[in-house]
Design a protein around this ligand. Structure first.
Ligand code: G4P
Length: 533
């Protein structure tokens, strides 16, 4: 028994589960690919994504989506490195951006933020960052593309601090950028690793390392670069926040690293430090208190539901984050929200470019289980005697809205069934006009691609054709005050009142500044960007 428990502890202790967030094109895919190369999970660069060769990303594993030419999934990649078992949760960007992107962050224990050194903080990073802050998870920053001309390093750090409101602590420091990029200085070991652009695609770096006082360093990077480095280090040591693991754990301080994912520079250093600075799976809040990941009893929650895994059957896969204990294939679990015992069939896990059936998985891992339509986002499954539910996954503010109705009025029933079902899976949110008695449905989505998915699925699965009229609103807030008189709320001319499926009132605006105006006009009105239930 003791032996089994120590194996359980060992397996869980070596898990690290994190999400990568960035604005499209900052280099998230390239960095992920380099991680996988170090882990030996793939052998050649370009396996993850090769836009130029139109190769499909490892992440684009949904056959049905490939056929449709769209990808709406967030994928999970698992690999081993330096005795650790690493789960990377990809957060899709570009037009694939959706509420799932946010939900994925609910399953991660920490986040890696990839920033393009020439651009600083960009819109999508800002959005995803807010969710990380809400969860108080550690956030690590990798400033990428240092082989290209970058912003001034101090300005980059200011940008992160001002835009995102998080303190930064550079772990290393770049020496120049673009064609003058000479390498990085490690502030802890006081050693410089010089940059040589000869490493594309391989995992063996041919960097050289020198102590800052080593005469050979002067020859390697040049007098001028060394002079600038010494000046900057002095400035930095006087101004930057000291490294504080407690603050990193609380998501208040972001360790910052510099490198170039494409040329494979600084990636392994980052990975090593990152793994040392992050923790194994953490306890999770439930209605019975914190659940210890090392508990012998298995528990997990559902953070994402993927419909149409197989075009011929209307099956769905529920993605579960294991929160405690061990999962074994075919095990019977209690589904708390349904109040029933169920057997989890066809559990699957991602490994690089392959989806496979899992025999066992541990706290920290993500499994995809076949869902005959019983799971909802936020559901808990467990094996222990004590029954509890994990805190639900918030609903995130949609940013695109459309009025939707069925073309054939006779098909109202199918339309409502389909649209409710798709909303229950969490792919869209549905609202109604407030107090107008109008039957029309307003659909809100985080990513505009979800409208196409809705249209496609209603037609394909429910045989309903729909009409969609885009609405100009972009901002939505839940009203957090209890028992507020919605009729009495004085808004701006671009404001609209709606209710959600549970009858809760929400406000919509076209312009962001109208939110503040509305708050000013209605003293005490509390507005929330996420809904917690
Ligand atoms: P994403 O997943 O964040 O959207 O970014 P991705 O890794 O696809 O990178 C976007 C582009 O930036 C790619 O070029 C990639 O090669 C390039 N890139 C990534 N990291 C670095 C870096 O450290 N230095 C430089 N110079 N470029 C980098 P692309 O031409 O758009 O695509 P591809 O044809 O190379 O795939």
């Amino acid at each position: 028994m003791r032996c089994i428990l120590s194996k359980l502890r060992e397996e869980i202790e070596k898990r690290r589960t994190f999400a990568i967030i960035s604005h499209p094109d900052a280099g998230k895919t390239t960095l992920t690919e380099k991680f996988l190369l170090y882990g030996g999970a793939i052998n050649t660069a370009g396996s993850v994504k090769g836009k130029a060769t139109a190769r499909h990303a490892v992440s684009d594993w949904m056959e049905i989506e490939k056929q449709r030419g769209i990808s709406v999934t967030s994928s999970v990649l698992q690999f081993n490195y330096a005795g650790r078992c690493i789960n990377i949760l990809d957060t899709p960007g570009h037009q694939d951006f959706s509420e799932d992107t946010y939900r994925t962050l609910m399953a991660a224990d920490s986040a890696v933020m990839v920033i393009d050194g020439s651009k600083g903080v960009e819109a999508q990073t800002r959005k995803l960052f807010k969710v990380c802050v809400m969860r108080h998870i550690p956030i690590f920053t990798f400033i990428n593309k240092m082989d290209r001309d970058a912003m001034d390093t101090f300005e980059l750090l200011d940008d992160i601090e001002n835009e995102l409101g998080i303190a930064t602590c550079p772990i290393n420091w770049p020496i120049g950028s673009g064609k003058d990029f000479k390498g990085v200085f490690d502030r802890d070991t006081k050693r410089v690793m010089t940059f040589a652009d000869t490493m594309k695609g391989t995992k063996e770096g041919s960097e050289e390392e020198f102590d800052i006082g080593d005469a050979k360093l002067r020859a390697a990077i040049g007098e001028e670069a060394l002079g600038i480095l010494e000046e900057e280090i002095e400035l930095l040591d006087g101004a930057a926040a000291a490294f504080d693991q407690g603050k990193v754990d609380a998501g208040q301080l972001s360790p910052v690293f510099f490198g170039s994912a494409l040329t494979n520079f600084g990636v392994e250093t980052f990975l090593k430090h990152f793994l040392d600075m992050t923790s194994s799976p953490l306890p999770r809040e439930s209605d019975a208190g914190l659940i210890d990941p090392f508990s012998e009893d298995f528990s997990a929650f559902c953070f994402k539901i993927q419909a149409n895994m197989n075009a011929r059957h209307r099956d769905r896969i529920a993605f579960m984050r294991i929160t405690s204990g061990k999962f074994t294939a075919g095990m019977e679990v209690f589904h708390v929200q349904e109040g029933k015992n169920i057997r989890l069939s066809q559990p699957q896990q991602m490994m690089a470019d392959d989806r496979h059936i899992v025999d066992e998985a541990y706290a920290g891992d993500i499994i995809g289980v076949f869902d005959p339509g019983i799971f909802s986002i936020g559901d808990t499954i467990l094996t222990g005697k004590e029954h509890f539910s994990f805190h639900g996954i918030p609903t995130f503010a949609p940013e695109h809205f459309a009025r939707v109705c069925q073309v054939d009025t006779m098909k109202r029933k199918q339309f409502m069934k389909g649209i409710n079902q798709i909303a229950q899976e969490g792919a869209i949110q549905i609202f109604r006009e407030y107090n107008t008695g109008m039957e029309e449905i307003i659909v809100g989505v985080v990513g505009v691609l979800q409208f196409d998915v809705l249209k496609f699925r209603l037609n394909n699965e429910y045989k309903v054709e729909i009409k969609m009229e885009n609405l100009p609103y972009e901002y939505i807030r839940w009203i957090s005050n209890e028992g507020v008189d919605v009729d009495a709320i004085v808004g701006t001319s671009d404001m609209k009142k709606v209710t959600d499926l549970k009858g809760r009132p929400l406000l919509l605006w076209v312009n962001e500044w109208s939110i503040r105006m509305t708050q000013e006009r209605n003293e005490g009105l509390e507005l929330a960007e996420f809904s917690q239930d």
